[in-house]
Structures are given as structure tokens and as C-alpha cells.
Ligand binder design. Structure first.
Ligand code: FEO
Length: 175
């Protein structure tokens, strides 16, 4: 059984994950348009993962005997200055998502809803990974820079991350 407060928070998280997916899909389109196929692959794949997060909570609400409700999802920003600004935005956004996930887990704990608290642990771990990934790319931008061939190498790095994630996903689904 979900309390009205937790149901409201879970529905809000469904919408936030949906919005996250739209943000990354839009960013992926921007990158593709700029000829950054590695960044585009990384971001587009990430958009798919966010939809997976949304579905995970959606199914949890349904399995708990409630109807998930989709709210209005705001427009994803499409004006992007450059790759550095893009990944700074990814990092900031993920930090905001982490704060919401933490608040949800804390609310479940305070209400002694250990089933929802346990359910949220997957997201807590996932946020740790997502923040680390965004920071990792930002660190590479700091080291390599965007001048000259820098942008090309950053795009190559993003392609590697996209391929790595795909390999991890394949390994996870095979187990
Ligand atoms: Fe589903 Fe990137 O948070």
C-alpha cells in the first residue's frame, strides 16, 4: 500500500524521468546536427535509459494497485551553446534528479514503507553512476579541451561511453 504522499512523489518522479528522457533526446538531436555522432549516440541511448527509469516506477505504482498519472511535461531546452555547456547541463540535471530520488527514499523510510524504500535503492545506486559518468565526461573536456582536434576526441570518448553502456546492457540482459 502506498500513502498519498508517496504516490504523489512517485508520480512526480515518473514525470521527471520522462522529462529527462526528452532532454537527452533533444540534446542528442543537437549533437547529431553538429556532426557529433559519438555524443549523439551517447545522449540518444541515455534518453532510452531514462524511459526505462520511467517505466520502472510506472510498473511499481501499477503493481502496488494504483494508477500512475502522467502530468504535463515541460519543453526540453533546444538552444545549446557547445558540448561543454551541454555536459554541464547533464551533470546539473542529474544532481537535481538525485535530490528527488533521495527525498523519495527518505519519505519512504520516514513512513516505514520498507517496500518502497527498498525499491528506491536501485535508483539511489543508479544516480551515483549517472553523476559519475557526467563528471567523467566533463573531466575529459577539461583535460582535452574543445579547440582544434579536441572536439573530435571528446566525440570519440562519448562514442566509447555509448558502446560501453550498450555492452553493459547486453551483459545485464544475458544474466
Ligand atoms: Fe533517471 Fe538520469 O535519472
Amino acid at each position: 500500500m502506498l500513502s498519498p504522499k508517496l504516490l504523489k512523489l512517485l508520480n512526480a518522479q515518473i514525470n521527471l524521468e520522462f522529462f529527462s528522457s526528452n532532454i537527452y533526446l533533444q540534446m542528442g538531436a543537437w549533437a547529431e546536427n553538429e556532426g557529433l555522432v559519438g555524443c549523439s549516440a551517447f545522449l540518444t541511448k541515455h534518453a532510452g535509459e531514462e524511459m526505462g527509469h520511467m517505466r520502472r516506477i510506472w510498473n511499481y505504482v501499477l503493481e502496488s494497485g494504483y494508477m500512475p498519472v502522467l502530468g504535463a511535461i515541460k519543453e526540453a531546452p533546444s538552444k545549446i551553446k557547445d558540448v561543454k555547456a551541454l555536459f554541464e547541463e547533464v551533470y546539473t540535471h542529474e544532481q537535481q534528479v538525485t535530490a528527488k530520488i533521495n527525498a523519495l527514499a527518505q519519505a519512504a523510510f520516514e513512513e516505514k514503507d520498507m517496500i518502497t524504500f527498498n525499491f528506491m535503492q536501485w535508483f539511489v545506486a543508479e544516480q551515483h553512476e549517472e553523476e559519475a559518468l557526467a563528471r567523467n565526461i566533463l573531466d575529459r573536456i577539461k583535460i582535452i579541451g574543445l579547440d582544434g582536434k579536441g572536439l573530435y576526441f571528446i566525440d570519440q570518448e562519448a562514442a566509447k561511453f555509448a558502446a560501453q553502456g550498450a555492452a553493459d546492457g547486453a551483459a545485464a540482459s544475458a544474466t
